[in-house]
Design a protein around this ligand. Structure first.
Ligand SMILES: N[C@@H](CCC(=O)N[C@@H](CS)C(=O)NCC(=O)O)C(=O)O
Length: 211
């Protein structure tokens, strides 16, 4: 397998953590795509992923999976242990719920703020091959959304070890990456959010967490 990565970007980090948790990261070829230099928009990468985003996981038969969620599903089916998406049908549904909420209200809110305000992203307020102009009001709304998400996050963690219970899952991966991504726009988990801080210290300490 070949993994198209960008070591500084949050979405490929989600996939990289899952690859590491499944014990695959050391065995695959990693191709670094420098997003800051716009390599994702060059014809060489457009031939790999016409949507112009990383991560991309290329399978040995040449097919390519071009989203972190697609990669999570592939890895879970190909390498079931340790499970990262729940063990029972109910757990799988609940992990899916959590992951969707964290991606929608947390991860995407940061993207909304960053992409609508960063000077380097002018004309590229949404990912993908079509250009979109920035809407500064969405920058402010994205910041408000992630601040609110973090206010509510302590209750989402509660007294559980991991977000879905006793097992580490893709919900923990996406939430941890969300907390680190929020630092780009200078938003942090509240210091007094004891459950959230305890959870963050544990998940960040896993060998797979990387930076
Ligand atoms: N939903 C996709 C999002 C992928 C995505 O947006 N990746 C960003 C890096 S975090 C990217 O490739 N951006 C390219 C650009 O901004 O032009 C996933 O999770 O894989």
């Amino acid at each position: 397998m070949k993994f198209y990565d960008c070591s500084t970007a949050p979405s490929p980090r989600r996939a990289r953590i899952a690859l590491a948790e499944k014990g695959l990261l050391d065995d695959i070829e990693v191709v670094e795509v420098n997003l800051r230099e716009g390599e994702q928009r060059k014809p060489e990468f457009a031939a790999v992923n016409p949507y112009l985003t990383v991560p991309v996981l290329e399978l040995d038969d040449g097919r390519r999976i071009a989203s972190s969620t697609g990669i999570f599903h592939y890895l879970e089916a190909a390498v079931p242990e340790p499970p990262l998406m729940g063990r029972t049908p109910a757990e799988k549904g609940l992990v899916g719920d959590l992951e969707w909420r964290i991606e929608m209200d947390g991860f995407m809110a940061i993207g909304e703020c960053l992409r609508n305000t960063a000077r380097g992203m002018a004309g590229r307020a949404l990912t993908g091959r079509h250009g979109y102009e920035q809407i500064p009001e969405l920058g402010a709304r994205g910041r408000q959304r992630i601040e609110r998400f973090f206010e509510d996050f302590d209750d989402l963690v509660g007294d559980r070890r991991f977000l879905a219970g006793d097992d580490y899952t893709i919900a923990d991966i996406t939430a941890m990456v969300t907390v680190d991504f929020a630092k780009w726009i200078k938003v942090s988990l509240p210091e007094d959010a004891a459950n959230a801080q305890r959870w963050y210290a544990e998940v960040s300490g896993r060998p797979s967490a990387g930076r």
